[in-house]
Design a protein. Structure first.
Length: 528
């Protein structure tokens, strides 16, 4: 992605007021960034031990990833709203939040979040919340937009109170976020971008092998169409019974960088040439809008992997989310059973929390093992591991398939639950307990969508939710939380977190939300 023009900024390390030029990615910038990151441990030690500690969190919900791949996701600009769950931190009366977006967020959406704050009035919370916008709906990443607006950067700095320690919270951390951190003179709770490659598909396979986990048969560091064809042929020779393989771009997102290859009918006598000739026809991209030529172009640019498609009669797609703290503490923060959809079964649709009691604790043990290895490599912040799990006789076999070295689709639902209930996931028994020791579950989705929903505005949604009791009840600590609300009117798409005292109750809340939205918009069928 293009880097913004170098601009003059104040030296954040020596504080001498002398202007310096810090070229993005330069040794000087990296040195300053590492120095800023050293502030995180004392900052977090204070904030985590004292909820009255004065602090400011600058939320940059930028999906700084390949824009061509992201553009294939419906309503992608509104994914910046997913981290609005961070507004629930305003329950701490001396915490300030600065939230920056590409486009202005509807005040109705902000009010929707703030009314959930326990023990804090909306007025008190609003005084400590600063919403800033780039007023830019282009496909550039949010962080790049901010870097192109020095006055906006200055406005962020001016908003931070003198007695507040501040840090950035980002969806993912790339060289662009590092440049922004240096210009803002604050650390990021996230991984140094020089280590970002540890989270790609190729390096994920290497780390899994280092941890002695069950890695699907395959190859990594593939960079061309010829190499894809070659290793597909090798895989089939080594595993003659193999029916399908998965080809993945290293930095794909939400399954949209994946493709499936079927070996059915391939000539075993001339397998390499047959596969090479058949590749453009047989390779089926998960994203309908990603062409074969574009897929191979991304493979050349980013690299990727080819691995066996894990088959099984009883198969699930769980994940584990971990966090490496500035102190070096490794935490298992959640497990999920993901629901994958689309024709390929590779697209993330939603998730049940926590993962099945049959294996939630096993996932936690694997997550902790990987976390310890990543910690030794210098990784910081949240990451998740996705699995394909197959039941053979009475035992579940877990195949880790990728590391997401960033926040992901299961981050904001869990953060929402945690901030609403002040609870914690217990990796020893695989259950989540609220502050008063009640067990809670949820079902979440980023992809509740229908043509009928087009035209519903944020005020419409709030009216419907209030009329049909589709909201989170703080007394019961159960109910429905909507997100991605800004995507509803144009794209007919919304996200939802349904919290219940049992797995079935969480699903019941979801089914009710779907039923209500469909009934309230049935007239839309006759107006399109």
């Amino acid at each position: 992605m293009p880097m913004p023009a170098v601009k003059k900024t104040m030296n954040p390390v020596d504080g001498n007021g002398q202007p310096d030029f810090f070229p993005p990615g330069s040794k000087e910038e990296k040195k300053i960034f590492r120095k800023l990151q050293e502030k995180l441990r004392p900052h977090f030690d204070l904030v985590l031990s004292n909820k009255l500690a004065p602090c400011t969190v600058v939320v940059i919900p930028s999906l700084t990833m390949d824009q061509e791949i992201l553009s294939k996701i419906s309503g992608i600009n509104h994914y910046e709203e997913r981290l609005l769950c961070m507004l629930l931190l305003l329950r701490n009366p001396r915490t300030n939040i600065i939230y920056v977006t590409s486009e202005t967020v509807d005040p109705v959406i902000i009010d929707y979040y703030l009314h959930l704050l326990p023990g804090v009035t909306g007025h008190h919370a609003m005084r400590r919340l600063t919403l800033l916008s780039c007023y830019d709906s282009s496909s550039k990443s949010l962080t790049q937009k901010i870097l192109e607006r020095p006055r906006l950067i200055q406005r962020i700095n001016d908003t931070i109170l003198p007695d507040h320690e501040a840090h950035m919270a980002c969806f993912n951390v790339t060289p662009l976020e590092r440049t922004l951190a240096v210009q803002l003179r604050m650390p990021i709770f996230g991984c140094d971008p020089d280590l970002f490659e540890l989270g790609n598909k190729s390096n994920g396979r290497k780390i899994f092998r280092e941890c002695r986990l069950n890695v699907p048969a395959g190859y990594e560091d593939i960079h061309s169409e010829d190499e894809v064809a070659k290793v597909l042929a090798e895989l089939k020779k080594q595993h003659p019974a193999m029916r399908r393989a998965v080809v993945k771009i290293n930095d794909g997102f939400s399954g949209d960088g994946n493709a499936l290859f079927s070996f059915e009918g391939i000539d075993q006598n001339n397998i390499k040439n047959h596969i090479k000739d058949a590749l453009p026809i047989r390779l089926k991209m998960v994203s309908d809008e990603l062409s074969y030529s574009m897929f191979m172009q991304k493979m050349k640019q980013m690299g990727g992997i080819v691995e066996a498609f894990v088959e099984g009669k009883i198969k699930r797609s769980p994940s584990v989310q971990c966090r490496i703290m500035p102190s070096g503490l490794c935490e298992v923060v959640s497990t999920h059973d993901q629901e994958l959809g689309g024709e390929s079964g590779q697209v993330y649709v939603g998730a049940h929390f926590p993962a099945s009691k049959e294996y939630a604790t096993d996932l936690g043990k694997i997550g902790r093992k990987v976390a310890e290895v990543l910690k030794e490599k210098g990784v910081l912040g949240r990451f998740a591991i996705d699995f394909i799990s197959v039941k053979e006789k009475k035992e579940w076999i877990h195949y880790p398939i990728e590391i997401n070295l960033r926040k992901g689709g299961t981050t904001h639902p869990y953060v929402t639950l945690q901030f609403l209930t002040d609870g914690k996931y217990n990796e020893q028994d695989g259950l989540y307990y609220t502050a008063n020791r009640q067990v809670r579950y949820y079902f979440c989705s980023d992809n509740l969508r229908s043509e009928q929903f087009h035209g519903l505005t944020p005020p419409d949604l709030v009216d419907i939710a209030m009329l049909h009791d589709l909201h989170y009840d703080g007394t019961l600590q159960e109910g429905v939380m909507f997100h991605l609300i800004g995507a509803l009117s144009q794209f007919g798409k919304i996200g939802v977190v349904c919290i219940g005292s049992s797995p079935q109750k969480a699903v019941d809340y979801y089914n009710k939300a779907v039923e209500v939205l469909q009934l309230e918009t049935v007239h839309q069928l006759y107006t399109h």
